[in-house]
Design a protein around this ligand. Sequence first.
Ligand SMILES: C[S@@+](CC[C@H](N)C(=O)[O-])C[C@H]1O[C@@H](n2cnc3c(N)ncnc32)[C@H](O)[C@@H]1O
Length: 269
Amino acid sequence: MYSINRVQHEHTKEGAKFKTLNTYHLYHNLPKKLFVIGVGPGSPKYLTDAAKDAIRKSRYIIGYKYTLIIIESVIDKSRQHISEITMDNQEKAYNDTYNKMAESDYCTVTFTGDVNFSESEVVDRLLEIFGDDNVEIVPGISSIQIAAAKSKVPLDKASIITYHVSGDIEEKKLELVNAIIKGKSVILLPRPWPRDPKRNFMQSDIAIFLRKNGVDTSNLNVCVFEHLTQDDKETVFKGKVSNLEGKYFDPLSVMVIDQVKRKTYLQFP
Ligand SMILES: C[S@@+](CC[C@H](N)C(=O)[O-])C[C@H]1O[C@@H](n2cnc3c(N)ncnc32)[C@H](O)[C@@H]1O
């Protein structure tokens, strides 16, 4: 079996030379192939053609309800097996599907936004089950990118942090304080933990944490976006970080701390 990074020798007059393999042919000759695709983050308008191709090619589609709704118009229930999963049954669904698949079958697992941001706990498990070489990751448009666009805070001028992880976040909290002290903007995903609210790190917790760590939150601009790209539900809150204390936001939200100082090319003669 080939690896995407593997190269083959090509013999020329000058001697052995390396030649990179064409990835299309690599991927299209794989057994039990898995597409891991990003959809949304809320609206099908942001679904890429590459993601649609993967869905159409697949006999099996697995995803949370939220993502399956986004791809509804691309799915064909008469010929595709659709598995709606939850956190509790996902492990069984991935394994059952893998075991049912014929060598020539394709499966797609859908993720919100970009697969490469704040999804690695699940993606790593899928790589284990299917094997790295059989998995193609199709990037999507992240909620972080939409928030950057709406707040006009460029990604390259911001620290990007996700608290939406199962592990310890103490170091990431320090990263946040340091970024703000250095004058950087921050785009972050908060941590909702409905089953154990002590582990929440939502907007109000973040504002209190920053104040307690010496940040003047009454002077720090912030936007909180909820339900991005969901036309009828999307909201934005604009104010100072101190205004967030005691305020509730939906778990489906992105927070942007804006410290951008704009500089155009005219300032770099
Ligand atoms: C597990 S993370 C997945 C992030 C995702 N991979 C991305 O690139 O946007 C889930 C979190 O992403 C954020 N998120 C995803 N979709 C969103 C949306 N439409 N509006 C606001 N936040 C969203 C929320 O903070 C949510 O709790």
